[in-house]
Design a protein around this ligand. Sequence first.
Ligand SMILES: Cc1cc2nc3c(=O)[nH]c(=O)nc-3n(C[C@H](O)[C@H](O)[C@H](O)COP(=O)(O)OP(=O)(O)OC[C@H]3O[C@@H](n4cnc5c(N)ncnc54)[C@H](O)[C@@H]3O)c2cc1C
Length: 454
Amino acid sequence: MSRTAVRPHVVIVGAGFAGFQAARTLSRLTRGRTDITLLNPTDYFLYLPLLPQVAAGVLEPRRVTVSLAGALRHVRLVLGEADRIDLTRRAVHYADPEGQDGELSYDRLVLAVGSVNKLLPVPGVAEHAHGFRGLPEALYLRDHVTRQIELAAAADDASVCRARCTFVVVGAGYTGVEVAAHGELFTRSLVRRQPLRTGIEPRWVLLDIAPRVLPELDRRLSATADRVLRRRGVEVRTETSVKEATREGVLLSDGDHLPTRTLLWCVGVRPDPLVAGIGSALERGRLLVDPFLNVPDHPEVFACGDAAAVPDLTAKGQYTAMTAQHAWRQGKTAGHNVAASLGLGRRRSYRHHDLGFTVDLGGVSGAANPLGVPLSGPLAGAVTRGYHLAAMPGNRVRVAADWLLDAVLPRQGVQLGLVRSWSVPLDTASPETARVAGAPERTRDAAAERTGDE
Ligand SMILES: Cc1cc2nc3c(=O)[nH]c(=O)nc-3n(C[C@H](O)[C@H](O)[C@H](O)COP(=O)(O)OP(=O)(O)OC[C@H]3O[C@@H](n4cnc5c(N)ncnc54)[C@H](O)[C@@H]3O)c2cc1C
C-alpha cells in the first residue's frame, strides 16, 4: 500500500542540531497529519559544544545527550545509519546497529547528516591521531589522558614520563582551543593527587598553521583565548603544522620533534561522505541547496546543517558556516518548508545574522562576543555556560548539577577503559559510534560496491 494515499511520509536522516530541530518543527506544524521518521545511529541528540567538558571529566557523558524518544514524542525513531539514498525510487537504504539492512521510502526527505573528522595527507596521522567529533572519542580521551598521567607517575625513566605527559593538539579552532584549555586543567587536577617525578609537569601544545588561534573568529576572541591559554602554560605554536606522526612522537614543520603518546586532530570537519554518493551538485563536499534548503531538481528533498551548502543571504557569494547556530535554525526552516510543501503554511528562505560566538576556556574563563560585544574572563565564562544551558533541548538540570559538583569537588581521576584506541579511528564516516570487536565490518563504500553505486 502506498503511504502517500494515507498520510505523507517524511524521512529525516540525522538527529543532530539540524535534524532534531527539523523533526520538532515539523511535528509541531503537522500535528499528526504526517508520518515522520527520524533515522539516526544513536537514540540521542548530542550537544556537541559541551563535548570538551566530557573529555575533561567535568560532565558525565549522558549529560550532553538528549533522548530522542523522550523529546520527540510524535516522531518515529529508526536506529540505523543510511548508506545509500535513491532519489529516483525515493528510498533510503540503511543498516541498523546489529548490521541488518533496512529501507525507508519517503514522500519528503530531509538530509541532516552533519560532518566527520577532516583528514590531511600527513604520514602517520591516520594511524596515530584521534579526532574529536563524537561521544566515543571524548570518552576515549578522558581515559587515555588519565592513563598517561598514571603511567607517567609510575615511570622510572624521566624521558618516558615526559613523553606521556606531553599532549599535542593540532588545530586551534574552537574545538582544539577548548580541548587544550580543558585538558590542561584536567591534567593539573590529576597530578595534584598523583605527583610526577620532580620537575616534570604536564605539557599541552596547541598547533595551528594559521597566524593566530581561533583564526575564523573575531580577533578579540582570539586574543582573549590566546592570553588565557598562555597564562595557563599551554604552548601555543602558530604557523606550525605536523610533518609526521609516529607511535613515539610528532615531527613538526619547524623541525622540532615532540615525544608524545597523544596526538589530537582538531583540524576541522568535512561533510559526511554520504552526501557525495547522492549524485547531486556539491560545494566543497557539502550538498548544494537553494535558499529554501531544496536540493536542485528535487523539490521533495531538503538538506541542512553541516552537510549542506546553504547560500548565506547576509553575505553575497558565501555559504553559511558549519556551526550549531546555523544548523539549528536551518533545521527549523527545513521543518517549515517541508510542511509548506505539504500544503501547510508558506515556505521561507533561510537568512540568519550571526549572533556571536562563545568559547569555553574551562574553570570560570571564557571568551565571547554576544551580539558583537567582546567579553572575557568570568563574565564571558558565565555567558558561555548560560548560553549552553539555554540552547540545550533537555538535560539542563543535570548539566547545571554537574557544574556545581565540579566547582566544589575534585575531579574523578579513574579510567573505565570502555572505549579503546582502535575503536575510535580518525578516519571514519561514523564518529558517533565506537567500532565494536567482532561486529561485521561495514562501511558505506562497501555497501556502495555491493550495489554498484559508487
Ligand atoms: C567539539 C565540538 C564543539 C563545537 N562547539 C560549537 C560551538 O560552541 N558553537 C557552534 O555553533 N558550533 C559548535 N560546533 C559545531 C556544531 O556542533 C556543528 O556545526 C553542528 O553539530 C552541525 O549540526 P548538524 O545537525 O549538521 O550535524 P550534527 O549535529 O553532527 O548531527 C548529525 C547527525 O547525523 C547523524 N548521522 C551521521 N551520518 C548518518 C547516516 N549516514 N545516517 C543516519 N544518521 C547519520 C549523526 O549521528 C548525528 O546525529 C562544535 C563541534 C564540535 C565537534
